[in-house]
Ligand binder design. Structure first.
Ligand code: ADP
Ligand code: ASP
Ligand code: MG
Length: 413
């Protein structure tokens, strides 16, 4: 079998869904497992619902607007949309019933039970649309297959159970299922982390021993920089799994960083292709050659914070101190993207996805002098040379570091 994944941008409206069907016809969909994300920015909108719910503010109008967006897409896709609309309403009734009845104060738990609707509804619509145009497929609830622990919002895959579940599946069919979702031992929904649908596709490819996996994007493939922030980007024709992992880890958001591990362990060929020009080759990721063409790659991570901790008593930054700081960061789910230390200072470039930075600073302020520079950008340049280094940014440089072929610069813009 082969695995295809289509992300939010490729199903953002009715025309995009029609385009997805064309891509399938061009690429062939026999013996294929199709993984689909929520439509457009639905996940962001559902995140907003959870936030409002916990703030005890009005979330119902937000829910209604998400529902209307899906209904409008369905009405445009189907000549007779009554059946699919009924299904969409049921999902929203379930969501409203959950929010009415829920007693759990656990934000992350509630988040997963709410946010999963995006993927469940998008796959229902796409699957029904494909069936209506004779692209016959079977819709699957991926939560019956991908089992995780109960780390809500960052579910850790139970590989043994997940593989066992997939082994029972009838092969040689065309399936449509959700990215991003799993379930825990009690069958509550878990999610695999934002943008996690690429990872879902890789989990499925691994469990099915797929012959290949393709993620279809709104770019020609993996470029040597994000075209939203850099001019004159170039397509990378081939990259090794190792190089792809490094690029994704440093923030090349075209591939979720966890995607490569399962694929590499079974050497499953991996392609990143354009859903706008599906006949083009795109990028091939596999064993061997690091990078072809061999050119510098630019990555930018925005909304970072630079924390500089200095010991109050002139004592050294020793292993025990670093260990205590990192344990605290880990507990608060604050991610460190770069670090540097000297005798009495430790500089950390962090990402505060769960808005816990104030808590961290509160805990640490009696032990260290704290300097904080909020909202900085972290630039990473792989395979740098003099020319690329000179053009990377135009802001004020706060810190730089070179590790082998990788240059990183923290910049205030
Ligand atoms: P999906 O629809 O699957 O969620 P994403 O939006 O997550 O797709 O990924 C595609 C986007 O990734 C592109 O539109 C582009 O802006 C961004 N991107 C970041 N880095 C790169 C890169 N090195 N090459 C190509 N695209 C990149
Ligand atoms: N819908 C989820 C998100 O927006 C998962 C994904 O798109 O990969 O994060
Ligand atoms: Mg995405």
């Amino acid at each position: 079998m082969k695995v295809f994944k289509f992300g939010g941008a490729s199903v953002k409206d009715a025309n995009s869904v029609k385009n997805l069907a064309e891509v399938l016809k061009t690429a062939g969909y026999k013996n294929t497992f199709l993984v689909i994300s929520a439509m457009g920015k639905t996940t962001n909108a559902l995140e907003e619902v959870v936030k409002l719910y916990f703030e005890k503010a009005d979330f119902t109008s937000k829910v209604i607007s998400i529902q209307q967006q899906h209904i409008a897409i369905a009405e445009e896709l189907f000549e007779n949309s009554e059946e699919i609309k009924k299904e969409i309403y049921i999902f929203f009734e379930d969501l409203n019933a959950f929010l009415r009845r829920n007693k759990s104060p656990n934000y992350d738990f509630v988040y997963d039970q709410v946010v999963c609707c995006g993927e469940l509804i998008s796959t229902k619509i796409v699957s029904a649309y494909l069936n209506s145009i004779e692209v016959k497929n079977t819709w699957l609830d991926v939560r019956d297959f991908i089992k995780t622990d109960d780390t809500y919002r960052e579910g850790k895959v139970n590989w043994e159970l997940t593989e066992e579940n997939f082994s029972r599946l009838q092969k040689n069919e065309f399936y449509v299922t959700q990215g991003f979702l799993g379930s825990d031992a009690n069958f509550f929904t878990t999610t695999l982390g934002r943008e996690g649908s690429d990872y879902t596709a890789a989990i499925i490819a691994y469990c099915l021993n797929a012959e290949g996996m393709t993620i279809w994007k709104d770019v020609p493939g993996v470029l040597n920089a994000d075209p939203r922030y850099f001019k004159d980007t170039q397509l990378l024709n081939k990259i090794s799994y190792e190089e792809a992992i490094e690029l994704a880890y440093y923030g090349a958001s075209v591939i979720h960083p966890k995607t490569m591990q399962p694929l590499r362990s079974k050497e499953i060929p991996f392609y990143v292709k354009s859903f706008i020009n599906p006949k083009e080759n795109g990028t091939q990721i596999g064993k061997g050659q690091l990078l072809e063409p061999f050119i510098p790659c630019f990555i930018i991570k925005k909304e970072q914070h630079l924390i500089t901790l200095t010991t109050l008593d002139f004592s050294f930054i020793t292993e025990d101190k670093i260990s205590a700081i990192f344990n605290l960061l880990h507990d608060l789910k604050i991610k460190v993207n770069m670090m540097q230390n000297s005798a009495i200072t430790l500089s950390l470039c962090v990402e505060d996805k769960y808005t816990q930075l104030d808590l961290f600073l509160e805990e640490i302020k009696n032990l260290y002098k704290v300097d904080l520079e909020k909202n900085v950008s972290l630039y990473t340049l792989r395979h740098f040379d003099e020319k690329s280094e000179a053009t990377i940014h135009s802001g004020q440089e706060l810190l730089r570091q070179i590790i082998k072929n990788t240059l990183q610069i923290i910049v205030k813009e």
